[in-house]
Design a protein around this ligand. Structure first.
Ligand code: 2YG
Length: 276
């Protein structure tokens, strides 16, 4: 589980409108449309039934473990507000923040300690975990960017919570999925899990050869400089939820509009729709 740093989140709030415009340029969809698609909303539902504005969303700072990340709750609240919901940051932290949120009539809570980042719907009991939401949110964005994934070969790099969620979303979009993880047993666990629900996932044991065979990539691992310039062709499309970004700097320019990567936006937006 990668822990964000202050610098990872410091620019999110001020650049959100530009980020969304960039998303539309890459995928044809807004952040809201990608998040809604990730949780199975038809586009019409998004525009027919505007998400109730009165839904109060409380974002609660948590001081446990390694403590507060400066700018984290502010970024989360800003992303939620950008989607059209009413979000506020509780004055109190930890249990006091939960109590303040409940007493102020908040229906949805967002909070993160060092192990879990969750959204909770107090009314329905629905919970969304950031890892799960990030995986399916990025795949929804990739599906828009690729103009569909039916029958396309996609390589998932990293079989952690994000990679598992991404692999499931990919097979549900009809993609042919392969997975690579440094730890073979993680790949085997992912493959067995999807096999149980009727999907076949190829296990790649060598990253170099896997990258030669795939041009649509989901980088769901916390390793930088994994994807080098020589791995990138004009057909490469990449969804990169992993932090830090796994693409070598020169490769980022090469990929330009065919790379999805952000520290929080897609994951938080998907969590919001996941608990509605
Ligand atoms: O309330 C706070 O400011 C802190 N307790 C937040 C701590 C968050 C720790 N977790 C992470 O930094 C990441 N797992 C968040 C999600 C990264 C996006 N994939």
């Amino acid at each position: 589980m990668t822990r964000l740093k202050r610098d990872d989140v410091s620019g999110i709030a001020s650049a959100l409108a530009n980020y969304d415009a960039e998303l539309v340029g890459k995928t044809g969809c807004t952040l809201k449309e990608i998040a809604a698609k990730a949780v199975g909303w038809q586009r019409s539902k998004l525009y027919d039934k505007r998400p109730e504005q009165h839904r109060q969303v409380a974002v609660i700072p948590m001081t446990c473990g390694q403590g507060i990340i400066e700018g984290f709750v502010e970024s989360v609240a800003c992303i939620i507000t950008h989607l059209g919901f009413k979000a506020f940051i509780t004055k109190s932290r930890d249990a006091g923040g939960v109590a303040e949120a409940a007493q102020s009539g908040a229906e949805i809570l967002f909070m993160a300690d060092d192990d879990r980042f969750v959204a909770v719907n107090l009314r329905t009991g629905k919970v969304s975990d950031n890892g799960d939401a990030t995986g399916k949110g990025y795949v929804a964005g990739l599906e828009c960017m690729c103009g569909g994934l039916e029958g396309k070969k996609v390589l998932v790099i990293g079989a952690g919570p994000v990679g598992n969620s991404a692999a499931l979303a990919l097979v549900q979009f009809g993609a042919e999925v392969a997975v690579y993880d440094l730890n073979l047993s993680s790949s085997q666990r992912l493959s067995r899990k999807l096999e149980k629900i009727g999907y076949c996932v190829t296990i790649e044991t060598d990253l170099e050869s896997a990258l030669e065979k795939h041009c649509i990539l989901v980088d769901a691992c916390p390793t930088d400089d994994l994807i080098l310039l020589r791995h990138i062709t004009e057909d490469t499309m990449m969804a990169a939820p992993g932090i830090p970004l796994g693409v070598q700097a020169a490769g980022v320019g090469q990929l330009s509009k065919r790379l999805l990567h952000d520290p929080l936006q897609i994951g938080v937006a998907t969590m919001m729709f996941d608990v509605l």
